[in-house]
Design a protein around this ligand. Structure first.
Ligand code: AMP
Length: 314
C-alpha cells in the first residue's frame, strides 16, 4: 500500500475545464447533423457536471446561441471563463465510415479559436482538478501557469500536436498526472507499436497514469499498480461517436473529483464511470443524450457494467 498514492480530501469545489466549444457537422452511416453543439470542452463539461460543478474556459463567436449557453447553465457549468469574441465560433466537420472507429476530418474552421488565449478567472485559480482539453500544448501550459498547484491535472491531445509540436507537448506532459490518448496517438507519441511498451515510454515522460482509448474495444489504463482493462458497453444503437473520448474524460475526472479518496480502486471505478458516460454520448448526435441524462440512469449503467465483466462470485 505504501506505493499507492492514497489521500483523504474534502470534495473539491469545481473542476477547471479548458478546451474547444464548437459547432460540429457530423455525418455517420445513420444520418447527418449540421452545425450542432460540439467541442472537446462541451462534452467534457456536461459529462463531468453529473459529479461536481465545472468551470469552463473556452471561446465562442458572436454567432453562438443563448440556447446552448442555457444548456450549460442548467447543468451547473459556470461560464465566467467562456469568452465571447467578435467573429464565428470554431466549426469542425467529420465523417464516419461504416466502421465507426475510423473518422475523417472534412474541415476545421478555427475562426475565433485561432485567437484563443485561455484567461483563467481569479476564482477558478484554486481548482483542485484541471482538465486540459485538446488544444495547443503551449496554451495548456499557460493554463497551468495560471492555477495554484492542482491535485490532479488530466490532459488530452491529438495527432496534430504530437506531429506538429512534439517538444512543446513533452514539456507539458512533465506537469500532467493523467494523459488520455487513443491507441494510434499512443503509438505515434512513443514511437512504439506495442501498447505496453508505448505506455511505459509515455509514463516516463511524466504522466503517472495513462489511459489508452480504443473506441468500441474499450480502454486500457496503465498506472503505478499495473494495468486495468475495461470493455466498451455493448450497445444496440450507436449513432455518433463524436465526443466519446471527451465524455469519457468527463466521467473519469468528474468521478475522481467527487471521490473522497484516491488509489487504484477509485481509479478503476473512474475508468468504468468514464466508459459509462461515453456509452451514453454515442447514443445520439451532439450532446443530445448527455443533456437529457439523469443520475439514476448513470448509476444503473455503471451497475450493468460491473455485471458485464464479473466472472467470479456471480
Ligand atoms: P472526440 O470525438 O472526443 O475526439 O472529440 C470530438 C470533438 O473535438 C468535436 O466536438 C470537435 O468539435 C472537437 N475538435 C475536433 N478537432 C479539434 C481541434 N483541432 N481542436 C479542438 N477541438 C477539436
Amino acid at each position: 500500500m505504501a506505493f499507492v498514492s492514497l489521500w483523504l480530501k474534502s470534495p473539491s469545489l469545481a473542476i477547471l475545464a479548458v478546451g474547444s466549444v464548437a459547432f460540429d457537422t457530423v455525418e455517420t452511416p445513420f444520418g447527418r447533423a449540421e452545425r450542432v453543439l460540439g467541442g472537446s470542452a462541451s462534452f467534457f463539461a456536461v459529462a463531468a457536471s453529473f459529479f461536481v460543478p465545472v468551470n469552463l474556459v473556452a471561446v465562442v463567436g458572436s454567432d453562438f446561441p443563448e440556447e446552448h449557453l442555457q444548456a450549460f447553465r442548467t447543468r451547473g457549468i459556470d461560464l465566467e471563463g467562456l469568452e465571447r469574441m467578435d467573429g464565428k465560433t470554431f466549426h469542425w466537420q467529420g465523417k464516419y465510415s461504416y466502421d465507426l472507429n475510423a473518422r475523417d476530418t472534412v474541415c476545421t474552421d478555427l475562426n475565433v479559436f485561432e485567437f484563443f488565449k485561455p484567461k483563467i478567472p481569479e476564482r477558478y485559480r484554486r481548482s483542485e482538478e484541471v482538465f486540459l482539453g485538446n488544444i495547443d500544448p503551449v496554451l495548456q501550459r499557460e493554463v497551468l501557469d495560471q492555477v495554484e498547484k492542482p491535485r490532479l491535472v488530466a490532459c488530452d491531445t491529438m495527432n496534430f500536436w504530437i506531429a506538429g509540436k512534439p517538444q512543446e507537448l513533452k514539456r507539458t506532459l512533465e506537469r500532467v498526472d493523467v494523459l488520455l490518448l487513443n491507441d494510434a496517438e499512443a503509438r505515434q507519441l512513443s514511437g512504439e507499436w506495442n501498447v505496453v511498451k508505448a505506455a511505459r515510454a509515455i509514463r516516463a515522460l511524466g504522466p503517472k497514469t495513462l489511459v489508452i482509448k480504443k473506441g468500441e474495444h474499450g480502454v486500457l489504463m496503465f498506472g503505478e499498480e499495473g494495468s486495468f482493462a475495461a470493455p466498451a458497453f455493448p450497445l444496440e444503437e450507436v449513432f455518433d461517436p463524436t465526443g466519446a473520448g471527451d465524455s469519457f474524460a468527463g466521467g473519469f475526472v468528474g468521478y475522481l473529483a467527487s471521490a473522497r479518496e484516491r488509489g487504484e480502486e477509485v481509479l478503476r471505478r473512474a475508468v468504468i464511470m468514464g466508459s459509462t458516460l461515453a456509452s451514453f454520448c454515442v447514443e445520439a448526435f451532439s450532446l443530445d443524450r448527455l443533456l437529457h441524462l439523469t443520475r439514476p440512469e448513470i448509476d444503473e449503467r455503471f451497475r450493468l457494467f460491473r455485471r458485464l465483466t464479473l466472472f467470479e462470485e456471480l
